[in-house]
Design a protein around this ligand. Structure first.
Ligand SMILES: Cc1cc2nc3c(=O)[nH]c(=O)nc-3n(C[C@H](O)[C@H](O)[C@H](O)COP(=O)(O)O)c2cc1C
Length: 252
């Protein structure tokens, strides 16, 4: 079976959509999976050439303003034309991930791809809506990184104090970190597994919804802190926010 996974995020590197498509590709093993990225490019030839030969296409995409990101609308318009002209026969599955924690936020978004399938004459396989996409993505790297740092520091301390390098306590703390990650991500892992199983059997499934396994009030606190830090590091530095702007310049 030939499977094509398309990352629909405009981010060139990383991103939650890429993370979820990697998890799915891992679960699709031993099937052959090709991965492509749309980004904001307007040339999709490298993706379209594969559409005629694949049995399944999976689009992993972020939710933007409760719907399809605008750059992806352009892609879907072109793809619709291509599929109609070339009588494509693949089945489409979609993973939609949102910043907000509720997985159901993605419901209307997934419906849009189902409608697209009807227009393009493509079989709709089903979708997965993941809430708290950014958090699930960040938690994976943070837990992994902290786990590794803790492990390495522990080994160094053990060596200097003349004890066996890898002690039981060290293994236990690393296992604890992994269990915490598994707990937060259990919904996502479970439903990605269900999706992978459906894809392997070429089955149609009802849309599924899941989220980061954190109570919403705790999610809000961490999401606010994360967003504030993101704005500080990737946005304008805080003092420039208070700078006086001369609006008359724009009017001249
Ligand atoms: C322009 C824009 C609009 C967004 N709109 C929504 C939204 O309506 N609802 C929501 O839950 N998240 C929204 N988000 C958050 C993204 O869905 C979320 O950050 C997602 O995990 C990004 O995935 P990526 O890293 O693959 O790009 C929006 C983000 C951007 C940049």
């Amino acid at each position: 079976m030939n499977i094509l996974v398309v990352n629909g995020s405009p981010k060139k590197k990383g991103g939650a959509s890429a993370f979820f498509s990697k998890v799915l590709s891992f679960m699709l093993f031993p099937q052959k999976v090709m991965s492509k990225t749309i980004s904001v490019s307007r040339n999709y030839d490298n993706i379209f050439t594969d559409l005629k030969s694949v049995d399944t296409v999976i689009i992993s995409v972020p939710l933007y303003v409760d719907g399809i990101p605008s750059h992806l609308i352009h892609f879907l318009q072109q793809m619709e034309q291509y599929c109609v002209n070339n009588k494509c026969k693949f089945m489409l599955y979609v993973i939609s991930n949102s910043g907000f924690v509720g997985g159901y936020q993605n419901r209307a978004h997934l419906e849009q791809y189902k409608c697209w399938c009807e227009r393009a004459g493509i079989r709709w396989g089903g979708g997965l809506g993941i809430g708290g996409g950014v958090m699930l993505h960040v938690i994976f790297y943070v837990t992994l990184l902290l786990g590794i740092i803790q492990f390495v520091i522990g080994i160094l301390i053990n060596i200097f104090s003349g004890e066996p390098a890898v002690s039981n306590a060290l293994l236990l703390s690393f296992t604890r970190s992994m269990i915490i990650w598994l707990f937060f991500s259990s919904g996502m892992l479970f439903y990605e597994f269900i999706l992978a199983r459906a894809i392997k059997k070429q089955k149609i499934i009802k849309n599924k919804y899941t989220r980061a396994m954190v109570p919403s009030f705790i999610f809000l606190i961490f999401a606010d802190i994360f967003m504030a830090l993101e704005a500080l590091f990737h946005g304008k530095i805080i003092f420039s926010l208070y700078k006086k702007i001369d609006y008359t310049k724009d009017m001249q």
